[in-house]
Design a protein around this ligand. Sequence first.
Ligand code: GDP
Length: 482
Amino acid sequence: LSNLTGDARLAMETLAGRARDLATPSVRLGITGLSRAGKTVFITALVHNLLHGGRLPLFQAAASGRLSGVRLDPQPDDAVPRFDYEAHVDALVDRRLWPASTRMIAELRLTLSYESATFLGRNFGRGRLHLDLVDYPGEWLLDLALLDRDYAAWSRDAVSRLTAQPLAEASQRFLDALKELPPSAAENEAEARRLAELFTAHLRARRADPEALAAEPPGRFLMPGDLEGSPLVTFAPLFLDGEPARGSLAAMMARRYESYRTHVVRPFFRDHFSRLDRQIVLVDALAALDRGPAAVHELERVLGEVMAAFRPGKLSWLGSLIDRRVDRILFAATKADHLHHRDHDRLEAILARLVAGASARASFAGATVDVAAIAAVRATRQAVVRRGGERLPAIIGTPMPGERIDGETYDGDTEIALFPGDLPADPAAVFEAPASVAPPGDLRFARFRPPRLERTPDGLGLVLPHIRLDRALQFLIGDRLA
Ligand code: GDP
């Protein structure tokens, strides 16, 4: 090699690097969940903890000292936006503000170097693993339900949900517009756009409805990503009267619905979803529990839809597209730092119950499924507060600047103690009555500031505190670092 010129040597080394890269195994980990479930916070905290030697006692490769290096690398897919890790860390760690949430698909590659735990593995040399994190809105998974439904069938379903009473104002407006529309209305772009806007407002009202928190497809109407305003999302269900006539508004809507399925839904499942190896589904279960049984039932239904997406056998075309299968799925209830630690196991039990119901409905088989209650970022501390003669378990945190709790506005620098209340011991109870997550008005409105970094036990590093993030990591990739 010493005879080679600098350029030639560089080329050789680059080639050798590429070859090693190709030979390095990779795991594609999907991170999903409905809007505000905690995807951005999860990925940012995960990467920060891995890069900075976070406290991860249950993540065996790190705890046993076998994880020798972690670095960010260029991602393999040039066509997918990069997850903006640096901006999110800047917000979360440097400014102690929550980062901007997921709006579309994004990707980030980590390369982990490790010593194998096995004799054979050790003699094989040091191991390397690419961990490709793929962040995407859970709303997009709801579109799976559209794949085996033509426009007429979908229209019928969507319109029938409008009969639920009482209707939100936005939903009522959409229903009125449909009623006023003559069955023979002619194709018209402005009218299509108006109805699509009203329909979108209806879907978003259902999603925000504190009682229901209902999530319905089409997913891009809730989370358009880069399709905002595109004709691909300019359609709506109608009252249909037989086969749509040529040149009618109904025919135009049907055509656009088909385009949506062809140009949006299928490519997403084919190009991104079908290539995942592992999946974490983040669930804001506390929000649903706080709202009561209707929201809990809706959450269970949505989890069922998500499970169905991971069982491609039933949808033959999806099955035929999928070359590798997700073999591990973790359902994680996020923001567990809003509870006293006594309740973390209860939250897990409730989620297990919801997932079990959902998986029975989706007759799920194949992947190993687990549940966990986590806080990717722990924004609170535990305390016991005396009130009268009583000792009450409390959480202490700093409300966000401008946060109003019990009529008081906070400046972002004042700590307060809250009594989060207890979750029911019997997970079935949450289907019947509101879980007393907190005295009304307590948790629902408390948004705590992200915490300061904490020193590692050796005093050398500064890391983000979390709850059970290491357990999640061990389940998701631990076996690949054995
Ligand atoms: P996304 O829409 O799924 O990307 O959701 P984000 O990751 O942006 O999270 C939405 C909001 O939930 C954040 O702005 C935080 O207020 C809150 N949140 C998410 N994860 C945590 C957590 O681990 N602890 C706490 N206390 N709040 C969290």
